[in-house]
Ligand binder design. Structure first.
Ligand code: OGA
Ligand code: MN
Length: 286
């Protein structure tokens, strides 16, 4: 197995490993080690079925069944989420504008995702890229004074700040609101495997618990700008057969939407469950 770095801030491509094969425990541990070091790993040229995708993902931990976003599950496979702009049952896909702002997966739930594994099955001829940033590096590069400030903050995540809300089916959106009330998580978290501290704030953070929106907004805005500076980013240009695995505890990502929406883009995602976290809070005081 060979790891080839993809960017200065994060990311490595892994070559010489067949993820659909019978991998030993030590091979999985070797992958996990590279993943923890680089926060994001890419496998290219993968041909796999939904059960193979699920089987490989499970080697790294328990999978989410996506009960928090039930409308986007792949039929027959609750452990796979479809991220697609292809119509579903004659209706526009609910996931066609997924991920268009900087975020970490399932941050608006009581069990934020540890990691995600996104597999590209169809892509537009140009664009449809995804960018990723390193939140451990973002934390590390804050001044000691600022670290001390954010160490005490709780970021409140609000489902209303996911992308494309106005273009989603209102009834389905109401279900999502019911399932996912605003929830506060620590703004700085320690990675359970690497012990590294990382920022946990995003464009889906409405405010900091105990502060109002006016007080919080400039700080959220600053932290997001700081974290997503070009030098802290890896931009993935998809090919069919790519499996991109990212750690949601130490990265954020954004789907750029830099493609012709008339062209099909189809992805399947598994989600590794993180630790239960957070407490439900009242919505932001506007
Ligand atoms: C996701 C996501 C980005 C993309 O699957 O969690 O944000 O580019 N996808 O499809
Ligand atoms: Mn996402």
């Amino acid at each position: 197995m060979e790891a080839i770095r993809l960017a200065n801030a994060l990311g490595a491509e892994l070559r010489g490993v067949d993820i659909t094969g019978d991998l030993s425990g030590s091979e999985i541990e070797a992958i996990r080690k590279v993943w923890n070091e680089h926060h994001l790993i890419v496998f290219r040229g993968v041909t796999m079925t939904p059960p193979q995708h699920i089987a490989f993902s499970k080697r790294f931990g328990a999978l989410d069944d996506h009960a928090s976003t039930p409308h986007e599950r792949l039929d027959g496979y609750p452990q796979l989420l479809e991220v697609t702009n292809k119509p579903k049952n004659g209706q526009p896909s609910q996931s066609r504008n997924t991920g268009r702002n900087w975020h970490s997966d399932y941050s608006y739930t009581g069990r934020p995702a540890a990691a995600s594994m996104l597999y590209c099955t169809e892509k537009p001829p140009v664009g449809g890229d995804t960018m990723f940033c390193n939140m451990a590096r973002a934390y590390d590069e804050l001044s000691d004074k600022m670290k001390g400030v954010v160490d005490d903050f709780q970021s409140v995540y609000d489902i209303n700040l996911v992308s494309g809300v106005s273009k989603r089916d209102p009834e389905k959106m109401a279900v999502l609101r019911e399932l996912n009330p605003p929830i506060a998580h620590p703004c700085v978290r320690t990675h359970p495997e690497s012990g590294v501290k990382a920022l946990y704030v995003s464009e889906r953070t409405s405010h900091f618990d105990g502060m109002n929106r006016a007080e919080s907004a400039p700080i959220i805005d600053y932290l997001c700008r700081h974290a997503t500076r070009a030098e802290n980013v890896y931009r993935h240009q998809w090919r069919v057969g790519d499996l991109v695995c990212w750690d949601n505890r130490s990265t954020m990502h954004i789907a750029l939407g830099d493609f012709d929406p008339a062209q099909p883009r189809h992805m399947l995602r598994t989600t590794l469950q993180g630790e239960p976290s957070g407490h439900v809070v009242p919505p932001a005081d506007l």
